[in-house]
Ligand binder design. Sequence first.
Ligand code: ZN
Length: 246
Amino acid sequence: MRYLLISDVHGNREALEAVLDDARNNYDRILCCGDLVGYGPEPNQIVEWARAHVQSIIRGNHDRVCCGLDDLDWFNPIAQDSTRWTTAHLTPANLKWLRELPAGPLTVDGFVLAHGSPLDEDEYVTSVSDAANLFEYLESNLTFFGHTHLQGGFSWIGGKQRIIRRPFPGDSLMPLHLDPDGAYLVNPGSVGQPRDGDPRAAYAIFDSQERDVLFHRVAYDAEAVCRKVEAAGLPPSLGARLLFGR
Ligand code: ZN
């Protein structure tokens, strides 16, 4: 089985369409680690696509706050503005669907989907020490997670921990073969708001038979999204950051 893994789409339709185009014919199922909405100008379009096409999905923190399950006090002012805008623009049916999304961790075909970490959906796993604290508690040797918007992740093989690298800016691919004795925390990266300095949309393909993960990056029309952000009345910095992947 080949899985298309996506995360943190954040209402960015151009980025999602570029990913689906790039991954075409290379996967059997689509899985999502959360945050379909928030920040971006087309939340309804992303939710409706997910309702029709994603086989397994968990909620992200923005999904949770935008649909009213949590308050937005702990968001920064720009995230608060975008949350209010998103809540006001989502249709009642899409709000209801978001409210019913499961919280991670979710086990799918022997591996795990989480938004932040398998222990806490809001935890940011960004460093080797963050990951080191998790490996002894993992119930599966393969977890896909999101939330940080940083593609790559961490491995634990033979008592050694390593950082899993993403594609260099000039490359569009980075393969990772999974050691059967290793444990992995894998972040497919953010489709709609990368923060690792590479503005291209990120995703991963996991081939469960070959035990391979392929990290991908694909360019999309971020300037078109900037124009939509401004036309929608969302904070303009939410468009500008897409041009730099920050
Ligand atoms: Zn996110």
